[in-house]
Design a protein around this ligand. Structure first.
Ligand SMILES: [Zn+2]
Length: 324
C-alpha cells in the first residue's frame, strides 16, 4: 500500500500552537494543540514541536510527512527566523527553521508570517487556486496582507514585503502601533472601526447603542450587528471604513495589478456592509484602465481552519513547485 503523503501545518500564536496533518487537497487528518507560553525556554519549545510532529505521524496509518509549514507572527520566510514577536514568550531572533530542520533533515521546513500563510492558503485551497496575481488582505485586530505576483509571494529584500496595513492613508491621522500616524490599519482593522464609531459619537447627537459604552465594551462584530439593526452610527462607520479601504486597494492595484483582491478576517465577515462601500470607493478611485476589471472577493478560507490550512499550504506550495 502506498504511503499517505502529508504535511504538518503549525500555527504559532501567543496563546496556543496548533498543529494539523494536511493532504494536498486540504483534508485535515489529525490536530493537536499545545500552550505556547508554557515553554519559557525556546529549545524546550522546539523539542515539544518535534514530539508532537512525531506523535501525529504515528497517529495516521501509513502516513509520511513530506513537509512542515509554520505560520508565526513576524515569521520571516527569507531567513527562517521569527524576529521580535511581541506576543511570543521568547526574545530576540529565533532560528526556528534551522532548529527544527535538525530533527527532520529530509523534510522541507517552510516559515512565513500569518498573513502570507493565509494568502498562500487561498492559492492552494481557496478562491485563488487558478490565479497567478492576487492580493490577500486580512482585516483583523490589525491589517495584514500578502501580494502574489506571477504565482510567487512577494517577499522583498528583507522578507517583510506586503505591509499594506502600514500604508499611510491620512496625513497626520490616527496614531498607529508602529508609532507613525495615519496608517490604514488604524482605520480598517477591528480596532480601527471602533475608533471610527467613537469619533462619530463625539461628532453628532445621533442615538446609538454605543452611545453609553466605552471602546472596551464592544467588538467589531457588535458594530456589524448594530448596522444590520439600523444603527446609523454603525452604518456610517462601515461606510467610512469601506471608503478608506477602497482607496488604499485602488492605490495597491497600481503597483501589482492583481486579478482579484481577497478580504479575510473579522471585518470581512460583515459582508455587504463592508464590501459595498469598499467596492464603490475602489471603483471611484482606481485608474480608468482597470475600472470594473478587478474583483474584490471574500476569502474562501473564511469559514475553514485557516491557521492550519495556511501553514500547511506553505509546505505544499514549495512541494508543488517541484522543489522536492
Ligand atoms: Zn503603522
Amino acid at each position: 500500500m502506498d504511503t499517505k503523503k502529508l504535511v504538518v501545518g503549525i500555527d504559532i500564536g501567543g496563546t496556543n500552537t496548533k498543529f494539523g496533518m494536511v493532504d494536498r487537497i486540504g483534508n485535515i487528518y489529525v490536530e493537536e494543540n499545545i500552550s505556547t507560553p508554557f515553554y519559557s525556554d525556546f529549545d524546550d519549545y522546539i523539542n515539544a514541536l518535534k514530539d508532537v510532529i512525531t506523535k501525529l505521524e504515528s497517529n495516521v496509518a501509513d502516513a509520511e510527512i513530506i513537509g512542515i509549514g509554520i505560520g508565526a507572527p513576524n515569521g520571516n520566510h527569507n531567513n527562517g527566523t521569527i524576529a521580535l514577536a511581541a506576543n511570543l514568550p521568547w526574545k530576540g531572533i529565533l532560528p526556528i527553521v534551522a532548529k527544527l530542520q535538525k530533527f527532520f533533515p529530509n523534510t522541507c521546513v517552510i516559515l512565513d508570517n500569518d498573513a502570507n500563510a493565509a494568502a498562500i492558503g487561498e492559492m492552494i485551497y481557496g478562491g485563488a487556486a487558478k490565479m497567478r496575481d492576487f492580493l490577500f488582505v486580512t482585516l483583523g485586530t490589525g491589517v495584514g496582507s500578502g501580494f502574489v505576483a506571477n504565482g510567487e509571494m512577494i517577499y522583498g529584500y528583507d522578507g517583510l514585503a506586503g505591509e499594506l496595513g502600514h500604508v499611510i492613508v491620512e496625513k497626520n491621522g490616527r496614531q498607529c502601533g508602529c508609532g507613525r500616524y495615519g496608517c490604514l490599519e488604524t482605520y480598517t482593522s477591528a480596532v480601527g472601526i471602533k475608533r471610527t464609531v467613537s469619533e462619530l459619537l463625539a461628532k453628532s447627537n445621533e442615538d446609538s447603542i454605543f452611545r453609553h459604552k466605552s471602546l472596551d465594551e464592544f467588538e467589531a462584530k457588535n458594530i456589524a450587528e448594530a448596522a444590520q439593526n439600523g444603527d446609523k452610527i454603525a452604518i456610517e462607520a462601515f461606510q467610512i471604513t469601506g471608503e478608506i479601504l477602497g482607496l488604499a486597494l485602488a492605490n495597491a492595484v497600481a503597483i501589482t495589478v492583481p486579478e482579484a483582491i481577497f478580504l479575510f478576517g473579522g471585518l470581512a465577515k460583515a459582508g455587504s456592509l463592508i464590501f459595498d462601500p469598499t467596492i464603490a470607493s475602489f471603483e471611484k478611485n482606481i485608474l480608468k484602465v482597470w475600472k470594473n476589471k478587478i474583483k474584490i472577493l471574500p476569502s474562501e478560507l473564511q469559514n475553514k481552519d485557516v491557521s492550519i490550512l495556511g501553514s500547511a499550504s506553505l509546505a505544499w506550495n514549495y512541494i508543488n513547485k517541484g522543489a522536492l
